[in-house]
Design a protein around this ligand. Structure first.
Ligand code: TXA
Ligand code: MG
Length: 335
């Protein structure tokens, strides 16, 4: 059975006991809800892969309370120091080489010698990490390949019966996953656009005297080099099909609007009527869930208005393209 309870000091203590005993707990962060297990306990982490039905070549992010702890698990580099100082705690994940004595289970990093690390800013997530005193492996708390959860109810709808506890902390503020940057090499590489924009990262690196452009994961993967193995082409997929850059509704589509293009269909949703990109990011997954829930029949269709590509618009468009991608994309298509 899966309990869903309001997040509080008492429920955080209960969550910590469950995690210490090898159980699975979903918890809120400022990006999306995570499905947590003790990152150092391979059996517990295996439970995450099972509950999500996630391919085990796809590594998990380890969450820790501060940068100091992060750099005990991953080898600190100049790029990592600068970015950690500026963006942690917050919606940024750094990929680093595992330290020699890194206690995190190899399953957590899917057998890779690199580890993904994040220090979330969410106050309650911070409390959980402080009280647990262990790194918590946590992917987004959704069945693999489906829409990410920005509320506790989304988690319940996708994973009830498969996990022990859901801590309900209300809707996530950002609503979009963290930006992932590989800082282990000679130049940093953007593996997944997210809550912090490419421009903001480059500005911070430049002002610290680290003059470089952020490498692109797609370019690396074209050269046959491994990138974020979880960046599958079809991801964030609702049951309904998704049509992008829609300027008007076709047939019985549920059209999600943005700015001057109004929503249409049963819900008439708009990611942001005022064209505010941050608001659009916060609403994205929630509105995909809602639109998916009201479409019925065999030909379920969602359409989405064009979203500008600059700033965090890059991350929104990344998620939308994956939501709209053909569903049976081969697992090797790791872009
Ligand atoms: O905002 C977030 O990042 C949320 C919250 C819960 O922290 N987590 C999240 O996890 O989005 P997940 O598992 O849905 O996405 C993590 C991504 C995957 O694409 C995975 O392949 C990549 O991070 N990743 C994890 N470890 C990696 C590593 N060692 N090297 C390269 N990519 C890695
Ligand atoms: Mg995910």
């Amino acid at each position: 059975m899966t309990d869903i309870i309001a997040i509080s000091d008492a429920s955080i203590r209960r969550a910590s006991d469950i995690l210490a005993a090898g159980g699975l707990v979903a918890f809120p962060t400022e990006t999306v809800y995570g499905l947590g297990a003790n990152a150092c306990d391979g059996d517990a982490v295996a439970g995450i892969f099972q509950a999500k039905d996630r391919p085990n070549f796809n590594p998990l992010i380890s969450h820790i309370a501060n940068a100091e702890t992060a750099f005990q698990l991953g080898v600190e580099t100049d790029f990592a120091t600068v970015l950690a100082n500026c963006f942690w705690p917050g919606p940024m994940t750094l990929v680093l080489n595992r330290t020699n004595d890194c206690p995190v289970a190899m399953l957590t990093t899917a057998g890779l010698d690199k580890i993904a690390l994040r220090v979330p800013a969410h106050e309650q997530a911070q409390k959980l990490l402080a009280i647990c005193d262990m790194p918590i492996a946590a992917p987004s708390a959704n069945p693999s390949g489906r829409i990410s959860p920005s509320t506790a109810y989304h988690v319940y709808a996708g994973l009830a019966g498969k996990i022990d506890l859901i801590l309900d902390g209300g809707p996530c503020e950002n609503g979009l996953e963290s930006t992932i940057i590989d800082c282990s090499g000679e130049a940093p590489v953007l593996l997944r656009p997210g809550g912090i924009s490419r421009g903001a990262i480059e500005t911070v690196l430049h002002s610290a005297g680290l003059h470089c452009r952020l490498g692109d994961a797609a370019a690396l993967s074209d050269r046959g080099q491994p990138v974020a193995p979880g960046q599958l082409q079809s991801h964030y997929a609702p049951d309904a099909s998704v049509r992008l850059n829609a300027t008007s509704q076709q047939g019985d589509e549920e059209l999600i609007g943005f700015g001057p293009i109004p929503g249409a269909g049963q819900l008439s949703l708009s990611l942001s009527q005022s064209g505010n990109i941050k608001q659009a990011a916060a609403n994205l997954f929630s509105m995909l869930h809602q639109a998916n829930a009201v479409t019925t029949g065999t030909n379920r269709r969602i359409a989405i208005a064009p979203i500008p590509k600059d700033g965090i618009g890059e991350a929104i468009n990344d998620r939308l393209q994956r939501a709209a991608a053909p569903r049976n994309a081969p697992s090797g298509a790791t872009k």
